[in-house]
Design a protein around this ligand. Structure first.
Ligand code: GDP
Length: 475
């Protein structure tokens, strides 16, 4: 199939320009080394500072991660409530919420926070997430051990949890001068976080938080852009990401490698359906409102691909006598929970010749009908499809969807975004993204101004999103 992944010599390219650590057993995670043969090599290089910071962070995981003496000591602090200020290891525990796209974006945000504050990130992996990703750090695990003291209560941590930092700030239980600090705090950083939770993004609170060994976080959004206006992290972020548009592109490719099982799904599908075509077009279709008319969405997709010259029109007055053979000009990869868009587009290109003579083949790997985020196999399929989308040459995504954001970030592409359909088809129907960064579905909180501010007025590299007018994104 013309793929060049028979030898796995660890060249600079295979390690994504130093982003990935070389000291892994290759067979434990084939995707780590093979994905470069499927995704185009990225023109965006990680900064040397990011590379060295990641190597240091890996060492921190090795010395503080589960199974180490330092971890055991820290668990003792957690259960006794006695903080030992000389302790060298501190932790962020990430708690799952929502669909896979949301999870990947919030894990990435928690990871950047861990890097910025020298903490170890541990993932509370529920069974629906098992065997989706390889371990990202060499000789260390990022999975929260099963015997973690609050393991069975973590799912109960919600917006109104009493140990929530927002509540504690509200009731003045903790502030900059508190001496007896708790050994852990819980943060609720989802799109509907309240005024008090937002104080997480205030510099003076970060000073207090440094002393607390365990921080537990739950979020459904990509909250990391809110670190950028903070003076605590400004200098460090400048050095880590001189190009702001690449934050998720680098961190996402660093953290999320499909497990061997998922990688098999991805590569088999790619070789069977996508490899032969001259060009691959990914179209991610996500319909949030079940009342949206099928025909409106279909018209929107076809108008977008025609106007942007992504796909050719067909001559409806002529019929094709034979199905297409091997010479496929463009393979269209459709992802959607339902098969209807795929069926319609496939039949259109099977029945009629295109006006420019191109041969178009249309594929869809699965149609799961409904979101079933508690189901492990369902999540594996979703993860496989996010990766397949990231391997296409041209990407069309649905606005508001974190599933699409992850695909565009991993693939390093600014997608054509299908704007939200309310009752009518939007005009224009789609537009090119201003950056490949995900959109935060929440306004940026400016602590100094004590309120929500227009993103673009805080720092020059934050903008409102193309798809969510009140959302924020780096560019
Ligand atoms: P968002 O809701 O669009 O922001 O994306 P999420 O990934 O957070 O949640 C949607 C979930 O629905 C996904 O994680 C999948 O479980 C499922 N889903 C949505 N669209 C697709 C699709 O095209 N293919 C597959 N396999 N699953 C999908």
């Amino acid at each position: 199939v013309g793929l060049k992944h028979d030898s796995y010599q660890l060249t600079g390219d295979k390690l994504l320009d130093g982003l990935l650590a070389p000291n892994f057993t290759k067979s434990s995670c084939l995707s780590r080394y093979q994905s470069i043969s499927y995704r185009k090599s990225s023109p965006h290089k990680p900064s040397l500072y990011l590379v060295s910071k990641l190597r240091d962070h890996e060492k921190l995981h090795k010395s503080c991660g589960p199974g180490t003496e330092a971890y055991k000591r820290s668990i003792k602090q957690l259960t006794s409530g006695q903080i030992d200020s000389s302790s060298e290891c501190r932790y962020v525990v990430w708690v799952a919420c929502c669909g896979l796209g949301n999870r990947i974006l919030s894990i990435t945000s928690a990871f950047l926070y861990a890097v910025l504050t020298n903490r170890v990130l541990l993932i509370n992996e529920e069974s629906d997430m098992s065997d989706l990703f390889c371990e990202p750090f060499p000789d260390a695990s990022w999975i929260l051990p099963k015997d973690f003291p609050f393991k069975n209560q973590l799912y109960r941590f919600k917006k109104h949890c009493p140990r929530r930092c927002g509540n504690m700030l509200k009731n003045n239980v903790i502030n900059a001068s508190t001496e007896l600090l708790p050994s852990f705090l819980y943060f609720y950083l989802s799109h509907d976080y309240d005024h008090y939770d937002k104080h997480f993004f205030c510099d003076q609170n970060q000073i207090v938080l440094r002393k607390i060994p365990w921080l537990i976080m739950k979020s459904d959004v990509y909250f990391l852009p809110s670190f950028f206006p903070m003076s605590s992290f400004e200098e460090e972020l400048d050095k880590l990401f001189p190009d702001r548009e690449t934050v998720f592109h680098h961190l996402g490719r660093y953290l999320f490698h499909p497990s061997n099982e998922v990688w098999k799904l991805i590569t088999t599908y790619y070789k069977n359906y996508l490899a032969e075509a001259e060009e691959r077009i990914g179209i991610q279709i996500r319909v949030f409102d079940h009342k949206t008319s099928f025909q409106n969405v279909m018209d929107q997709i076809l108008t977008c691909t025609r106007k942007e010259k992504l796909l050719p029109e067909v001559n409806v007055d002529k019929s094709l006598s034979a199905p297409y053979g091997k010479n496929i000009s463009k393979a269209v990869l459709i992802t959607s929970l339902i098969p209807d868009y795929y069926e319609e587009m496939k039949h259109m290109y099977l029945k009629h010749p295109t006006l420019n003579g191109e041969v178009i083949a249309v594929y869809q790997p699965s149609h799961e009908v409904k979101q079933k985020s508690k189901n492990n196999m369902h999540n594996k399929k979703a993860w496989a499809e996010i990766n397949l989308l990231s391997m296409t040459d041209v990407l069309v995504t649905t606005g508001w969807s974190t599933f699409g954001y992850v695909a565009q970030g991993l693939g390093g592409k600014r997608p054509w975004i299908l704007y939200k359909i309310d009752r009518t088809i939007p005009d224009p129907v789609c537009g090119r993204g201003i950056s490949m960064e995900p959109c935060v579905h929440a306004p940026v909180y400016d602590c100094k101004a004590e309120g929500v501010v227009h993103a673009a007025t805080v720092v020059p590299y934050l903008r409102h999103c193309e798809d969510v007018s009140w959302g924020t994104k780096l560019f």
